[in-house]
Design a protein around this ligand. Structure first.
Ligand code: HEC
Ligand code: HEC
Length: 209
């Protein structure tokens, strides 16, 4: 049967792809690449008001507050501009971002969060979510397990190990057009092809990485 052969070759190519994409999340080189132009030491003090909600490591308490630990500094900065412009809305973040007008301070704060040990979830087995992550091509942009691209492309946020509730909300916001921060529009296109249950499954898979 041709189909079992082709299935085997798909599995083999996935495994080869996975090994080619092995990454070292917190090597000094990787941290240097993701912190951008800011100063993480100065950023630590400047980020005190943020740490109240986002936590000091990768564990904000509230399920809807995202982890920022090990996220790309450039991505963090871009999201602050998005809250300022209103292409993303959240009452707390819109208010807080409007006060963050000093670019040096913002670069330092973003750099501090980027320098932390990268966010990590508690592994969960969600086969459907894992399949969807591959089938829908999420890995092409967010990396093999959601930890970004090996070439440190800060256009694509780290989503592996992020909070499940937060991930679901963002995907729903892309789908409904509430969040219009992806200028290519691809996140909205991809989400329009997914049902709510599929979004929950893929969020659970990503959160466990
Ligand atoms: C009162 C709690 C609170 C405080 C204080 C706070 N945040 Fe947030 N932050 C949130 C919530 C809630 C969200 C998710 C909003 C949404 O759904 O868009 C968020 C989202 C974000 C995001 C988007 C993350 C992503 O993965 O896209 C960034 C970046 C961010 N906050 C940075 C900051 C910075 C920098 C500060 C300090 C200047 C800060 N936050 C202070 C609650 C807070
Ligand atoms: C063609 C590239 C591309 C593909 C494919 C893609 N994404 Fe994205 N995704 C992006 C970009 C770019 C952003 C950030 C947009 C922005 O700057 O706000 C994003 C943002 C997200 C976010 C929000 C992260 C955060 O911290 O707020 C989630 C969740 C997400 N993607 C999940 C997925 C899932 C799940 C899939 C597959 C079903 C997928 N993406 C496929 C490019 C892509």
């Amino acid at each position: 049967m041709a189909s079992s052969n082709s299935r085997i070759s798909i599995v083999v190519s996935i495994l080869l792809f996975a090994s080619a994409c092995a990454y070292a999340e917190d090597s000094p080189q990787e941290i240097k690449m993701r912190i951008g132009i800011g100063n993480p030491v100065e950023g630590k003090a400047k980020a005190i008001p943020c740490r109240v909600c986002h936590g000091d490591d990768d564990n904000p308490e509230e399920p809807m507050i995202p982890k920022l630990a090990g996220q790309y500094a450039d991505y963090i900065q871009r999201q602050i501009y998005n809250y300022q412009e209103g292409t993303r809305s959240d009452p707390d973040m819109n208010r807080i971002s409007s006060t963050l007008t000093n670019r040096r301070d913002l670069a330092d704060i973003a750099s501090y969060f980027a320098s932390l040990k990268q966010m990590k979830g508690i592994p969960v087995a969600n086969e459907e979510g894992e399949k969807l992550y591959l089938k829908r091509g999420c890995f092409n942009c967010h990396g093999e397990v959601g930890k970004g691209k090996p070439n440190y492309n800060s256009i694509f946020p780290i989503v592996g190990g992020q909070k499940k509730g937060y991930l679901i909300k963002q995907m729903k916001d892309f789908k409904s057009g509430e969040r219009t921060t992806d200028i290519s529009g691809i996140m909205t296109l991809v989400m329009n092809q997914m049902t709510y249950n599929e979004i929950v499954a893929v969020a659970e898979y990503m959160s466990g990485q």
